[in-house]
Design a protein. Structure first.
Length: 130
């Protein structure tokens, strides 16, 4: 069984993670901070943006994969996964600001709602109600 949606989302996640790491590395090189954040606020924010991505994305990918494995996926699942990935990019841009901003808020909200929604769908499938 080929999990096309999961494969595409995992590939997107790898590219996003690479982009997040590249942004952090570029800032590290520019500031000559090799370890930690060196007290640099923007570096800390970019490090947290990548860490937050790494903390949440495995759960999204696992949920997408198990839902897809049950045969209950489809176009809706690909759309939900794509919106999740877009939200993580918005969140990363929002993390560049020290002040509250809509990009970070929207990214966080969509991430949270996606994880909750996929969790509910997974439980409903497990109970035979989806």
């Amino acid at each position: 069984m080929i999990l096309q949606t999961t494969l595409c989302l995992a590939a997107a996640a790898a590219v996003i993670n690479f982009w997040l790491a590249l942004r952090t590395a570029k800032l590290r090189l520019g500031t000559k901070i090799l370890h930690g954040d060196g007290g640099n606020t923007l570096l800390m924010q970019r490090m947290r943006a990548q860490a937050n991505f790494v903390e949440n994305t495995p759960f999204a990918l696992i949920l997408v994969a198990v839902i897809e494995m049950t045969g209950k996926g489809g176009t809706w699942l690909a759309i939900v996964g794509s919106v999740y990935m877009l939200a993580r990019v918005l969140h990363a841009f929002g993390m560049d600001s020290a002040k509250p901003n809509p990009l970070r808020a929207v990214g966080f909200a969509i991430t949270t709602l996606t994880l909750l929604g996929l969790s509910v769908v997974a439980v409903l499938i497990a109970l035979g109600r989806f």
